[in-house]
Design a binder for this molecule. Structure first.
Ligand code: C5P
Length: 227
């Protein structure tokens, strides 16, 4: 089994309100993207990685490559799925249709090794692929004009994390078919083909840097992963 790693890192991260995109904020002295890339490549089957960068990227030069895995870069697109599509196109000719591709957010620097191995193993065993996810633990409310409109039953609801892992051929087909559709993760594109990716319960430490306070949480998560 061969595994390719794709890291979409072309977002602007405007919700952070920082002076640079969130993937380049410093976490334990290194760019967030460097942590995410190294952790996503820490699988023995990893054959190569592609990172999608913004056209006006100004931070990639400071990211140290992972050991033993060749990393290429491409220019990403307007939406996350456009960035992933560009990265997959760059693998054409090297990746076979049956190879596995793990897509991992640049903004998730605390991926546990055990979770990477679990989601790759699940995808290797399942034609529909697999994604890390967390069962929803809080009670959910739908809002209208600042008030609760209804309580949404949380049974069976999960939060989608990354990595999301699919066969290269399936993921390319799914993303080509989803052009213009509201697709916020790879699984959503694959689901549009009538497939049902497997949910693999992941660690809550695998958080996505979204708001300013998340950097301090990620620093604590990294320490926990190293214990
Ligand atoms: O904004 P959000 O946290 O959902 O972004 C998830 C990931 O997708 C981030 O790593 C971000 O850099 C990436 N992205 C991208 N191209 C875009 C938008 C987001 O690669 N156009």
């Amino acid at each position: 089994e061969r595994l390719w790693v794709v890291v979409p890192a072309a977002g602007r991260g405007t919700r952070m309100g920082a002076d640079r995109p969130k993937q380049y904020l410093r976490l334990a002295g290194r760019p967030v993207l460097e942590h995410a890339l190294h952790r996503a490549c820490a699988h023995p089957a990893a054959a190569g990685a592609v990172v999608a960068l913004a056209a006006d990227d100004g931070g990639w030069g400071e990211v140290r490559p992972p050991e033993g895995v060749a990393v290429a870069t491409v220019t990403g697109g307007a939406e996350r799925c456009d960035s992933v599509r560009a990265a997959l196109a760059a693998l054409a000719g090297r990746a076979r249709a049956e190879d596995l591709v793990a897509v991992h957010d640049a903004a998730r620097p605390c991926l546990p090794r055990r979770d990477l191995e679990a989601v790759v193993a699940a995808a290797a065993a399942d034609a529909d692929g697999a994604l890390l996810a967390l069962p929803v633990g809080d009670t959910l409310k739908r809002e209208a004009e600042g008030r609760v409109a209804e309580t949404v039953p949380r049974e069976g609801l999960w939060r989608a994390l990354t990595p999301q892992v699919f066969r290269y051929g399936l993921l390319r087909e799914a993303l080509e078919g989803a052009a213009g559709a509201p697709v916020t993760d790879e699984a959503a594109a694959v689901e549009r083909l009538g497939r049902r990716p497997r949910l693999v319960a992941g660690s809550p430490l695998n958080l996505k840097i979204t708001h300013p306070g998340d950097l301090a949480l990620a620093a604590a998560a990294l320490r926990l992963l190293e214990e």
